[in-house]
Design a protein around this ligand. Structure first.
Ligand SMILES: Nc1nc2c(ncn2[C@@H]2O[C@H](COP(=O)(O)OP(=O)(O)OP(=O)(O)O)[C@@H](O)[C@H]2O)c(=O)[nH]1
Ligand SMILES: [Mg+2]
Length: 455
């Protein structure tokens, strides 16, 4: 499979200032030379230096576009193979023509992610780094992009490899005890247990970091909730800066939920507008409320809206209580109207819940609201902490954790070395699976099928 030469458009589908076609494989330069002619006859193609020329259609014996060609000789390329980049106008018609002609001249159309797959198969990056490539492209926030960049540079791979060394070291200690029980090599069980504890701790931290990783890569879900008519949909629209949800003066306007993304600073949030949590009059409203409650309970954060132009009611307190175990921002809305609500009393009942007075209709305090949403709901990252962004990685790490914990427990119960070493040893191939050193076709296919063609 690695014998052939692949070609694909690497820039997004559509019109653009520039478009890039890439080739990778032995015949890259030969294929490119058939369809690209330097402006100045006889110009030498020097590695890594763009050459200006014209694109040539060998079938019609005609030129059809101006382009830059850059030749990257192996092995210092993205794929570790010979590579060519053709950069021209971002016209889908022209880009597709280049690919078609390239195929005519002996290249094959690349599969999704095949350039990166080749980088992996060529040993330039491991699977963790390949996943990071795709994460950078699809980053939901600047923060996540930076994490992925570090992982592409190998930060996570290094940590995993340190983990493997620790486990191998531990196993060799145990094995020495098995083979030379009488020797001076005897390490105390206590010391083995201590090392094992450290390893368990670091694997566990990685597993737990996935919660944060998921939030960073998928965005943070915020449910806008409250009683009917308090201004949820108005706030939803104001935050989105578009007239997305229907707003009317009648309670029970929103029934189905709406979901839209906004970005605040470096992070993406998914806002959900939903039916007001009141006493339903209509069966549709009832269903809407049921769904709303479920969405609110699953959301990472709650924007709980109260109407400050009305006196507080027992239902308001009930809602505050319902969400007391969640991350809540309490919003007093309609502050442009004469205030009837005793906000101090409500704040007291809401205890430590942060609050803000706004007018969703007039846009008052919305800037502060965005600031507050960011500080409250975006998790803080310690710079040096590694974050897992993929469920796949988390699941393998959990299996590693299981085997280590099982070994730990057998050791504590006084089982012989052979028995608990066996459990700990199970972690080694799992680490190989995590980094892609152990090649499993279905996993590899699954990972690369999520890539764009041309990457
Ligand atoms: N004066 C004033 N009116 C507002 C404000 N926010 C919303 N309203 C009005 O309150 C009414 C209800 O607003 P919606 O945004 O539909 O309220 P909702 O909470 O989505 O209502 P349901 O979907 O029925 O639960 C509309 O007439 C809005 O114009 C505000 O900040 N100030
Ligand atoms: Mg509504």
């Amino acid at each position: 499979m690695l014998d052939d030469t692949i070609i694909a458009i690497s820039t997004p589908v559509g019109f653009g200032g520039l478009g890039i076609v890439r080739l990778s494989g032995k015949k890259s330069l030969a294929v490119a030379k058939k369809i690209f002619k330097p402006k100045k006859r006889g110009t030498k193609i020097i590695p890594r230096r763009p050459v200006l020329g014209n694109l040539y259609n060998p079938e019609q014996k005609d030129y059809f576009e101006e382009a830059f060609l850059t030749y990257f000789p192996k092995p210092y390329t993205y794929t570790r193979e010979e590579m060519i980049e053709i950069s021209c106008h971002g016209s889908p018609v022209i880009l597709e023509q280049i690919v078609r002609l390239g195929i005519k001249e002996g290249a094959r159309h690349a599969d999704p992610g095949e350039f990166t797959l080749r980088a992996y198969l060529g040993g330039r990056i491991d699977i963790l780094q390949a996943e990071a490539v795709n994460d950078i492209i699809h980053a939901a926030s600047y923060k996540q992009a930076k994490i992925s960049f570090k992982q592409l540079e190998g930060s996570l791979s290094k940590q995993v490899s340190a983990l493997r060394s620790q486990i191998i070291h531990l196993l060799s200690q145990i094995e020495a005890r098995i083979e030379f029980p009488e020797d001076g090599l005897r390490t105390s069980t206590k010391r083995t247990l201590k090392t094992l504890e450290n390893v368990v701790h670091s694997v566990n931290r990685l597993v737990e970091s996935y919660n944060l990783g998921r939030t960073l890569s998928e965005g943070i879900t915020l449910a806008i909730t409250g009683r009917t008519n308090v201004g949820k949909s108005t706030l939803f629209n104001s935050l989105l800066e578009k007239d997305r949800a229907i707003v009317t003066p009648h309670p029970g306007t929103t029934r189905d939920f709406l979901r839209e993304n906004i970005s605040i600073k470096d992070s993406i949030f998914t806002l959900i507008d939903m039916a007001g949590l009141g006493s339903p009059v209509h069966p549709v409203e009832k269903e809407g409320i049921k769904r709303g409650k479920k969405l609110a309970s699953q959301a990472e954060g709650i924007l709980l809206l109260l109407d400050a132009s009305h006196k507080e009611t027992p239902e308001d307190f009930k809602l505050i209580k319902r969400f007391q175990d969640k991350k809540v921002l309490l919003l007093f809305n309609k502050t442009d109207l004469p205030q009837k609500m005793n906000t101090e009393r409500v704040k007291k009942r809401a205890e430590h819940t942060p609050t803000l007075e706004i007018s969703a209709l007039k846009g008052t305090n919305l800037k502060n609201l965005k600031e507050k949403i960011h500080t409250l709901f975006v998790p803080d990252l310690a710079q040096e902490e590694e974050i897992i962004l993929h469920l796949r990685q988390k699941l393998v790490l959990e299996e590693i954790l299981d085997s280590l914990i099982e070994g730990q427990s057998l050791l504590k119960q006084g089982y012989p070395e052979e028995i608990y070493a066996e459990e700990i040893r199970k972690a080694i191939p799992l680490i190989g699976q995590l980094t892609g050193e152990i090649h499993a076709d279905d996993i590899i296919n699954d990972i690369f099928s999520r890539f764009c063609v041309g990457k």
